[in-house]
Design a protein around this ligand. Structure first.
Ligand code: 5AD
Length: 360
């Protein structure tokens, strides 16, 4: 069997298998075939549901200096902000009113938010919105911090691994950061019972077919419940200002591959995809994604959470446009739902007609 066949059948894949799958990406027939299979696989567990998450970007201070990121500490032009607990709670209130039942607290690695402060914020949100899932995305912390946050009520954690190749990791990050530590955080989070999200940018400088094959092999090993994949987009105040953006088509291809590799995964059609292509998010859904994450941050801060240039933060990207988002999702043939949207861990899949089984 070749790599594509193994992927479709749910076999364990080697890095060479992934290389073979990636070599097929420019064959339009393969891309169409994988997208079709990915959509079938998603349907088995989630039907036509698309889950929404309210994204609250609560701080753009960051102690790290990643070469790709617009909120790196070395970017002296970034206008920095932090949200207070009250501001965060009022984002949740607005989100709850709009129908969101998952809140994602995302921020740079900001030492201002000590364990005590974070714990207080997490408890505050969970006390007010016990029926909502809370996802954290605040970078690398100690096992003990992750444990505290979990006990305080956090359900999920997003921490993209960015690249699973040591050499490539070095090309993207300064000396004081390490892939080993990053991976350890992901394993710690899993052990603590979080639903965990890993992922990588597509087309980041130095990325090759080989490093992408390593990313896929790492995802297969980690078995995360969520995977964030979006194209790299340069930011003008970073060392990568003049690098090329990643490819939308390769991102879509990878979304299909990841859906087939981890059929139950919660897979967002990312903002970066929507930034490079006006119908990027719809294309993401057609490739196998099943999550969208509109922005719930206060309007006055939004433009300052600039990870890359031209990042969408109004219109379709804004949670306030929930009805527009719902309409667009419906037009694309899906149903936007407001449930928590946890990882499907049950035995019973949504019934699908026999001719739509994974292996036909
Ligand atoms: N282009 C695309 N994605 C980026 N991220 C950070 N900077 C960029 C960029 N220039 C992604 C990283 C990070 C996530 C929050 O945003 O993968 O994990």
């Amino acid at each position: 069997m070749n790599g594509i066949e193994k992927l479709i059948c749910g076999w364990h894949l080697t890095e060479d298998d992934f290389m073979e799958i990636l070599s097929e990406k420019d064959n339009p027939q393969t891309a169409v075939f994988l997208a079709k299979k990915a959509v079938q696989a998603r349907k088995t567990f989630y039907g036509t549901k698309v889950f929404i998450r309210g994204l609250i970007e609560f701080t753009n201070y960051c102690k790290n200096n990643c070469y790709y990121c617009g909120i790196r500490c070395g970017n002296k032009n970034a206008v920095r902000y932090r949200l207070t607990k009250e501001e965060i709670l009022s984002c949740c209130q607005e989100g709850y009113r709009l129908g969101f039942r998952t809140f994602v607290l995302q921020g740079g690695e900001d030492p201002f938010y000590t364990d005590e402060r974070m714990e207080d914020i997490i408890r505050g949100i969970k006390a007010k919105y016990p029926d909502c899932a809370l996802t954290l995305s605040l970078g690398e912390r100690s096992y003990e911090s992750y444990r505290l946050f979990r006990q305080a009520g956090a359900d999920r954690y997003l921490l993209r691994h960015e690249t699973a190749d040591d050499g490539h990791y070095r090309q993207l990050h300064p000396e004081n950061m390490s892939l080993g530590r990053r991976k350890q955080c992901l394993y710690d989070l899993k052990e603590l019972g979080y639903q965990v999200g890993a992922g990588m940018m597509v087309g980041s400088p130095g990325q090759t077919k080989k490093t992408l094959a390593q990313d896929l092999a790492f995802l297969q090993e980690l078995q995360p419940q969520m995977v964030g994949i979006g194209p790299f987009i340069p930011h003008h105040d970073t060392p990568f200002a003049h690098q090329m953006a990643g490819s939308v088509d390769l991102t879509l291809y990878l979304l299909s591959v990841v859906r087939l590799l981890l059929p139950r995964v919660l897979l967002p059609a990312t903002t970066a995809l929507g930034t490079l292509d006006p119908i990027g998010r719809e294309k993401g859904l057609a490739a196998g994604a099943n999550v969208v994450m509109p922005n719930l941050s206060p309007a006055k801060n939004r433009e300052n959470y600039a990870l890359y240039d031209n990042k969408l933060c109004t219109g379709e990207e804004s949670a306030q446009c929930r009805d527009d988002i719902e309409r667009r999702i419906a037009l694309a043939g899906y149903e936007m739902v407001t449930e928590r949207g946890d990882y499907f861990s049950g035995q019973q899949a949504v019934a699908v007609p026999a001719q739509e089984s994974l292996t036909d």
